[in-house]
Every structure is written in structure tokens, then in C-alpha cells.
Design a protein around this ligand. Structure first.
Ligand code: BJW
Ligand code: ZN
Length: 243
């Protein structure tokens, strides 16, 4: 079993990371469902659905503005940096549910944002999209067309950007190793990505201090934090890879 695992790791040509809120926890960004997670204090249906947004746009915007300030002040941690470092040795793709941009800031160049980005805004009606890092004077901000602007993120009940999701499936279908870090794997469709990788007979490795709904499906489960495990894992991969 371990010989098989070792051989597959050595010969890996493409490694895909699937990441979630837990990978940014050590950068000071709260998770959703963990201890101190957002959904422990707030009802997701009141903050992360289009109905909630139309019900109380100011409240939803205030939540995103608070998070944006925290995210812009945060720094990538050793987990993000280790993933970026691995790109020097093998093809790496990051499929992230996070909207914080920390993978890109750590240096990863091939990142697909499944749930959008907190830096981007879009109009609720017209095609207007923009990137914003400053704060708004009035909430909710209004588009030139007179309608409300919203964060360009994916809320419950909304489809993922089709092109991004299509590419994510292709990468999951064609990777040799999938490393799943810092996600509870309860939110669909992102939680189906390990199944696509499994169909390709790829190795599944999970990094999470807590067991998840898919821990028993993993080839290897590292029950520790990503800032602890990923630098070690990447250094083993670097020395194992036939590069
Ligand atoms: C560490 C760590 C450390 C801690 N190191 N690890 C009924 C009504 C409406 C929808 C549905 C429904 N039933 C099912 C659905 C589908 C729904 C869904 O999956 N719901 C489930 C929750 C039941 N999915 C959707 O709606 C998706 N769209 C969709 O399916 O479209 C098709 C469709 C369209 C139209 C009609 C019908 C279907 C969209 C999902 C969008 C998710 N949006 C959010 C918020 C927006 C972005 C934002 O503001 O940030 O995305 S919710 C939130 O969950 C956020 C995250 O990206 C996402 C995933 O969470 P994640 O990353 O896994 O975080 P946590 O907190 O859950 O886990 C953190 C983990 O880290 C834990 O395991 C810790 O142990 C660990 N950890 N410290 C490593 N240091
Ligand atoms: Zn508009």
C-alpha cells in the first residue's frame, strides 16, 4: 500500500489542491463551520443568499466590508506559501472555495476561484464588474445604471461560474494527486471534486485537524493544521518527485 503510494507520488505530473476556509484560518480569517466560524454566530440564509441580499442589502454589505478589511490586512501563511513553492517542481493547480485571494498573494499562478472573490463587485442588473480594495462611502453601493452592486461571490442557491467549474472538473479528472486542505467538504458542488479525482485513480490526501465526511475515503489523512502539514508535505513531495 505505502509502496504504491510512494511510487504514485514520485511519478506525479500534476498535483491539484482543493482548499477551503481552514487554510486561511492561520492567517487570522475565520472559517464558517469551525470553532468561532461565521455560521456559529450568523444564519447563512440571512447573509449568503440573494434573497437575504434583497431583504437587507446594507447588512450583507456590512458583513462583506468587515471581512474585506480583515482579508486585506491578512498575510498568506506557511500553508499558502508551501503550495506556491511546489509550482517550481511540478504542475500545480489550486481549486479554492476561498474568496480571499491569499493563494495568489502567496505566489500561486494557477488558481481557480470556485466561489468568486471579495475584491470583485458586480451589478445586480447590468454587466458591470470591477475590482475594489477601498471602502465604500455608502452601503449598498450603486452602479452607474442606478441598480445595486453586490460582491462577486457565489451564494447558496447560485450556480458556480460555468467556465471555472468546467475547468475545475477537468483538472480534478486529470490529476495524479489531490490534496484537500482546510475544507469541511459539506458544500456542493465543490465537495464532488475528490470523487472526480478518485475516478482518475489519483491519490487523495486530506489535511484537516478534524475528521470530515470524506476522511475515510482518503489514502492519507493528516489530522493537523495546514500551516503545519503543508510545508512538510511539500518538502517530502519535492524530494520524492522525479524532477
Ligand atoms: C483547518 C484549520 C487549519 C480549521 N488548517 N484546516 C438547500 C438550499 C439551498 C442550497 C442547497 C440546499 N441544499 C443543498 C444546497 C446546495 C448548496 C450546499 O451545498 N449546501 C450545503 C451547506 C447543504 N450549494 C450551493 O448552493 C452552491 N451552488 C449550487 O449548488 O448551485 C447549483 C444550483 C443552482 C441553483 C439552484 C439549485 C442548485 C453554492 C455554494 C456557495 C457557498 N457560498 C459560501 C459563501 C459565499 C462566499 C463567501 O462569502 O466566503 O462559500 S458558504 C461557505 O461555505 C463559503 C465557503 O467557500 C463554503 C465552504 O466552506 P469551507 O471552506 O469548507 O469552510 P468550513 O468552515 O465549512 O470548513 C473549514 C474546515 O477547515 C473545517 O473542516 C475545519 O476543521 C478546518 N480547519 N482550521 C486546516 N488551521
Ligand atoms: Zn449596473
Amino acid at each position: 500500500m505505502f509502496k504504491d503510494l510512494e511510487n504514485k507520488l514520485k511519478n506525479a505530473e500534476k498535483i491539484v489542491f482543493v482548499t477551503g476556509a481552514g487554510i486561511s484560518q492561520e492567517s487570522g480569517i475565520p472559517t464558517f463551520r469551525g470553532k468561532d466560524g461565521y455560521w456559529r454566530k450568523h444564519d447563512p440564509m440571512k447573509l449568503a443568499t440573494i434573497d437575504a441580499f434583497y431583504e437587507d442589502p446594507k447588512l450583507v454589505w456590512e458583513w462583506y466590508e468587515d471581512r474585506r478589511k480583515n482579508i486585506l490586512a491578512a498575510q498568506p501563511n506557511p500553508g499558502h506559501k508551501a503550495i506556491a513553492e511546489l509550482e517550481k517542481y511540478v504542475k500545480v493547480v489550486v481549486l479554492t472555495q476561498n474568496i480571499d485571494g491569499l493563494h495568489q498573494r502567496a505566489g500561486s499562478t494557477n488558481v481557480l476561484e470556485l466561489h468568486g472573490s471579495i475584491i470583485r463587485i458586480k451589478c445586480t442588473v447590468c454587466d458591470f464588474k470591477d475590482e475594489v480594495t477601498s471602502t465604500f462611502e455608502r452601503l449598498p453601493p450603486i452602479c452607474k445604471c442606478g441598480e445595486m452592486l453586490r460582491p462577486d461571490v457565489v451564494w447558496f442557491g447560485e450556480g458556480l461560474p460555468q467556465d471555472v467549474w468546467g475547468e475545475a472538473i477537468n483538472h480534478a479528472n486529470s490529476c495524479d494527486v489531490m490534496i484537500i486542505a482546510g475544507t469541511s467538504l459539506v458544500v456542493s458542488p465543490a465537495n464532488s471534486l475528490p470523487m472526480y479525482a478518485r475516478q482518475n485513480n489519483s491519490i487523495l490526501i486530506e489535511v484537516n485537524p478534524e475528521p470530515t465526511v470524506m476522511t475515510s475515503d482518503m489514502d492519507l489523512s493528516l489530522q493537523t493544521t495546514s500551516a503545519n502539514a503543508l510545508p512538510q508535505l511539500v518538502s517530502i513531495l519535492k524530494s520524492d518527485l522525479n524532477v
